[in-house]
Design a protein around this ligand. Sequence first.
Ligand code: PFF
Length: 457
Amino acid sequence: MAVTTSVHGMWTTRLAFILAATGSAVGLGNIWKFPYIAGENGGGAFVLVYILCVSMIGIPIMMAEILVGRRGRQSPINTMRTLAYEEGRHGFWQLVGWGGVIAGFLIISYYSVIAGWAIAYTFRALGGTFTSLTGETATDLFNALLGDPERLLAWHTIFMVMTIIVISRGVRSGLEQAVRVLMPLLFVLLLVLVGYALTSGRFMDGIEFLFVPDFGALSAGAVITAMGHAFFTLSLGMGAIMMYGSYLPASASIARSSLIIALMDTMVALLAGMAIFPIVFANGLEPEAGPGLVFLTLPIAFGNMPGGLLFGTLFFVLLVFAAWTSAISLIEPAVAWLVENQGIERVRAAVYVGIVAWLLGIVTIMSFSDWAFTFDFAGEAKTGGVFDLLDILTANFMLPLGGLAMALFAGWFMSRESTRDELAMGQGLTYRLWRVMIRYIAPLAVVLVFFNAIGLM
Ligand code: PFF
């Protein structure tokens, strides 16, 4: 019989869970990463593949992660082991949890550095630096930040400390309230930015770039990047959502929660794209500008719109918050495991994890200046050195592999009774649909994309 509560605490309501999981899902992935990878990979066709992956692979796997988490009620490592034994399977399933913890460390190490850029830009916005910015001056401003490792280190440190503080107090305190207010506000500000993009004179070019697919431009690298991003943006494949599911009350509907989370996440990404690409085209910037894209375009918008000082500052503050609520979920599985297995108090566990992640982050910081190198991924030149390597390794490979393993576990290695019981769906059509998706469609799609990427298809 499943345990009914987690030793780390519980969400008070289903809404609290949805808010926290949305806080995890909506982050730099939506506003910083989605636009730049859409730009690098030719727009429309890439966006379509991404949306397909979110709905066909992401939503069923999110349901699987939540149900596994809620049934196990522990950190992903212990949850996977407990459930594997409960289902009469081998204990090696806990390796899925270990893979997730490692992926979490690798992702937070660069995620925190990029969140640091957002903190830096908050102060730039407040100080009026964006006034009358052009494409050229915006580029200079951004490059000055990247070329200054000491400044990057300072912001990275501040962000990591912020993350450790929240984690050490337990994910629930403060998080619910913060997300409840800040998410809607972020949404409104994105609408303001889309409003500005409407006046840029190139709005329709931006929309066309994002939504009119040109399949000729779709490389194998683009397809695997789109799939990897579906996992990354929904926080899937590493146990973050599994962890949050372990705090979910037994009565809440998993299917409905997953749909809501995925829908909100996708809307934020698309709004960000709709705000950014018209500004790209109107200011002579390149859609392929890479990781700096958001930091090049939005300051131009803020610097040239009425109320830009206020809107700009508020926007970057919210971006930092969105990153913060995601960063927490990236290391919560590692912290929970230390508490469960090593008997370390939460505060100390959070500090240990934070120190390791902070040290790893230094590699990313240096990869934008002294340690920079270029390499090829699926025919595209990547100039971000270790940062790009980490991103490709985690988002394009580790998360989809972790997600694949979870799909196989929930679809093939857990009994029909266990999953149906946990999803509380009865014999209905929705349950059967989910089971087909998790057993066949999602795993097959992941495998096909991998085959495609290594040139087997
Ligand atoms: N979903 C977050 C974003 O889009 O920014 C990033 C993330 C958080 C990825 C947690 C993975 C994760 F487990």
